[in-house]
Design a protein around this ligand. Sequence first.
Ligand code: GLN
Length: 479
Amino acid sequence: MFSYRNISSYHQYLSQNDQGCETAVRYYLNNISAQQHLNAFVEVYHEEAIKRAQELDKKRKQQKKIGKLHGVIIAIKDVICYKDHTVTAASSILKGFVSMYNASAIQYLLDEEAIIIGNCNCDEFAMGSSNENSVYGNVLNAFDTTKVPGGSSGGSAVAVQANMCMISLGSDTGGSVRQPADFCGIIGLKPSYGSISRYGLIAYASSFDQIGIFGKSIEDVSIVLEVISKPDSYDSTMNPTHHLSGISNEISQINNKKYKIAVLKDVMQHHSLDNEIKSGVEATIQQLAKQGHICKEVDFDLLNFIVPTYYILTAAEASSNLSRFDGVRFGHQTSTSISDIQDFYTKNRTEGFGKEVKRRIMLGNFVLSSGYYDAYYTKAQQVRRLLVDKMNLLFKEFDAIILPTSPTTAFKIGDKQKDPISMYLADIFTVFANLTGVPAIALPRYTHSNGMPFGVQLLTKINDEKNLLGLSRIILNEL
Ligand code: GLN
């Protein structure tokens, strides 16, 4: 029976198995069909994945050198364009839309011989924290199917959690990779803003969005990161000086480094933080200290401004990004009669967008409107600046920050549906990495007495994936 540990042991297995890729694909396809009730996938590329596996198996026989992701089976979130495949952002406004090109990240995966097995369910336009805002219905957490998997990349998280692929891609605008990773007990990485091309990623809030990676080992996540972080002239917000092409090797060479780690007092004392999660994070801090790392408490008095700032700015950007979905050249068109062009737009968008997306478009238009622009949008930009300054200051003294990923473990499906504000507030520990652009990772560590997993989150300064992943490896492998 096939079993998977990490990319390097899989590659070893392939070197002795002429049909290894095909065996692996069939194993995952079986797991997918046996767990359809979890609703993690929008589409599974059944025949295509088998065909590609067979081609790769054949290729391996002929030439020894294989790609870094040779035969690695990957699922992608339904917001990432894959040529000739549907991409819908889990929205009926894009139902049936077929992508005409590959997102750069997808192209880089394919160039290194990965196999894409399907695309995953998510919150509509990546807006949400529970995967309850999808036109395809909820995704269920495989640990407890009455609970949410987190969002917005819930399907991608469950696909890895429940062994339906080896690795998956999600997108993280305010925590959508880290929070579902935390709720599902796997690793979720959001790289620095500007390190992975956003070309072909359906935009939610462009100055926050980053493609992120789900996996079960730091080694795997680092290899995928180095593959997809290649420079790309199609995304002018990429940082041309940030090179991660040797990151997996670099982190394996970090030895005996002692880290200086900040513990944010205001986070650890926050009223929303579950007691057991707090104790878990404290236990990790103690273990780190025992190993000779320096952990020190610091103030972080901007904490309560984070969520409002995030929701003002992302709603503003979303209202602009989503204005292109008018049904004229693509997307949903109303079948009812229309009186004029205005009526046409209104009906297409009213029928095509779900409730949460509409709420954010309206909120975004409101904060950008002439009478309120300065009071909300400008103010929020100023707070964003303060946060960046605060972060820079902290990272002058520290290598990393440690904190929880989410204030609670996965909650019951339906629990927060009626109260969007309580859903927004639960993003408190994830959104500031996106507000400031720094890289962040969620690491699985513990099981709560309620049976659900949780872990810790790490942040480092912008473009310091090396220390982020280096410290992650210590936490997961050595504590
Ligand atoms: N939960 C956050 C939101 O709803 C984060 C979403 C994301 O990262 N895509 O905006």
